[in-house]
Design a protein around this ligand. Structure first.
Ligand SMILES: *[C@@H]1O[C@H](CO)[C@@H](O)[C@H](O)[C@H]1NC(C)=O
Ligand SMILES: *[C@@H]1O[C@H](CO)[C@@H](O)[C@H](O)[C@H]1NC(C)=O
Length: 522
């Protein structure tokens, strides 16, 4: 008896310890805090030519052999478009049901521009596309899940690319405004969270400096492309993206916000940087790297100016905002979306020699994952993605301080397993590394919140394994494993972990009650 009692108490204490000492508790976040999963149209929808959708730039890009690691594309992807349509027939694997099972209260997804306006500005609004997203939104709300909608997550109607070069042409500002207007009008009564663009910094850096993403523009030494100029085009494209965002925000604030009562922001890819060496030059390099990555887009949309750290290096290569632009930029966004995965070291290249001729467009910094051969954190299957949980707290504090604690959402955070296998093997499902990653990053987020950071939500990338851009289907980010042949979804350990975390306070309370009960018995 005595032995049993001791064992029981030890077991209960262990469970308690697991929950309390870990410093991670759903109860620490307000009940209004959004906890969700994140996806994007091109990565999950499939049905790339159905419902009168037109081709996007990513449809065209992936169809050219050699562009994607496994020569795959998003033609079918997770077939979300069809599986969702099967909801009405009681299809059990339906994706909204998966989220409902997780117990999330929000879902971040993106609208495919070419489903809504197949011909960009030219041509009519596609009613099939409007119906698809309306039903999706209705189904989410029915399950108590808030739609958190991104207007543009990389995919642009190819027509705009062909007609005038998409982001390289100021015309796109007006067209993006028109597209946003159509969406606010069609969905705004039900959608309370709008994000204009996803990771414009990645779109510009990979599309116009290194040339790895469409439209594959670049010049040497940054990359090897058929056309483009890495010293000029990125600043033009960024300028148009910033003003396209401002156009959409102005339309929302003037025509819809009062009536619809929602909020609007932008989501930025936000890596953290640590100085490689403990010297002032590398600390300055960290500031430059952050400015060239994050403030490049956030300073203009919040302060109406490019960051001084960039102006100092690039001077007149950076465009200027006209008085009309400034007027548009006065409409402030309501929140900043932060996509954070990893951190790197940076080394100064102004005062120190660097390999590879690091120049203006890369802020005169060299970034690396290692210091003296030791990685900044455990490497993952995604190249350049290391596990460095402290980066979450640090990037939030940087953004909080630079932008006066504007409300923030962690719009993406997640962990990839590299695998081409469709089999939901034990190894694939027993994703303890992902659980550790999420646990570490969420704990770090909690530390930032305790210091006063106004963070209002956290979204895991991703609900499902999906089309991971240049990596195709070789990198799996999902809480649910997907067999891309049968489209079967299987929950991973991380899905169960997230569900338990979301049930948090109740679980801990229940355990406390059990403990009390056991104490009274023995
Ligand atoms: C697609 O558009 C054509 C006209 O361009 C129309 O005839 C057809 O019915 C539409 N398809 C659907 C599914 O609505
Ligand atoms: C899952 O992985 C952990 C460690 O990686 C291991 O201890 C555990 O036994 C595994 N569980 C199953 C069911 O394979």
């Amino acid at each position: 008896m005595e032995e049993k009692k001791t064992w029981m108490l030890a077991f209960c204490l262990f469970l308690q310890l697991l929950c309390s000492v870990s410093g991670l508790d759903r109860g620490e976040f307000p009940s209004s805090f959004l906890f969700g999963t994140s996806t994007s149209s091109y990565q999950i929808e499939g049905a790339y030519l159905e419902g009168n959708k037109s081709l996007s730039n990513w449809d065209v890009f992936t169809h050219i052999p050699g562009h994607i690691k496994d020569d795959s594309d998003g033609d079918i992807a997770d077939d979300h478009y069809h599986l969702y349509m099967l909801l009405q027939c009681g299809f059990k694997q339906e994706d909204i049901e998966l989220m409902h099972q997780l117990g999330v209260n929000a879902y971040r997804f993106s609208i495919s521009w070419s489903r809504i306006l197949p011909r960009g500005r030219f041509g009519k609004v596609n009613s099939v596309g409007i119906t698809f997203y309306n039903r999706l939104i209705d189904a989410l709300l029915l399950k108590g899940i808030q739609p958190f909608v991104t207007l543009n997550h990389y995919d642009v109607p190819q027509d705009l690319e062909d007609q005038y070069g998409a982001w390289l042409n100021p015309q796109i500002q007006k067209d993006f405004g028109h597209y946003a207007d159509v969406c606010f009008k069609a969905f705004g009564k039900k959608v309370k969270y709008w994000s204009t663009l996803n990771e414009p910094n990645v779109v510009v850096i990979l599309g116009f400096i290194t040339g790895e993403y469409p439209p594959q523009h670049c010049s040497k030494p940054y990359g090897d492309c058929l056309s483009g100029d890495s010293n000029i085009e990125p600043y033009i494209a960024a300028h148009n993206i910033i003003l396209a965002h401002a156009t959409a925000v102005e339309i929302y604030k003037k025509k819809y916000q009062v009536k619809q009562g929602g909020s609007i922001g932008i989501a930025i890819s936000a890596r953290w940087y640590e100085p490689l060496r403990d010297i002032p030059a590398d600390c300055l390099a960290v500031q430059r790297a952050l400015a060239f990555d994050i403030a490049w887009f956030l300073d203009p949309v919040i302060f109406g100016e490019y960051p001084p750290e960039m102006r100092q290096v690039l001077s007149l290569r950076l465009p200027t905002f006209s008085s009309e632009d400034r007027r548009k930029l006065q409409h402030k966004l309501d929140f900043i979306g932060i996509n954070h995965y990893t951190s790197k070291y940076v080394k100064d290249c102004i005062f120190s020699p660097c390999e590879g001729g690091k120049t203006e467009s890369t802020a005169f910094v060299m970034s690396t994952g290692e210091r003296n051969g030791i990685p900044i954190g455990t490497p993952t299957s995604m190249p350049d993605n290391y596990v460095f949980p402290d980066g979450m707290e640090k990037i939030i504090m940087y953004i909080m301080q630079r932008y006066n604690n504007i409300p923030m959402f962690i719009t993406e955070n997640g962990y990839a397993q590299g695998s081409t296998s469709n089999d939901p093997t034990t190894d694939m499902l027993n994703d303890t590394s992902r659980v550790e990653y999420l646990h570490g990053y969420l704990t770090s987020l909690t530390r930032a919140v305790r210091q006063g950071a106004d963070v209002r939500g956290y979204f895991i990338w991703s609900l499902l394994d999906n089309f991971e851009w240049l990596y195709g289907y070789t990198q799996r980010f999902g809480l649910y494993h997907v067999n891309f042949e049968t489209q079967e979804r299987t929950p991973r350990l991380s899905a169960k972990w997230f569900k338990e975390f979301l049930e948090g306070p109740e679980v801990i309370e229940r355990m406390n009650r059990d403990l009390e009960c056991l104490r009274s018995i023995y």
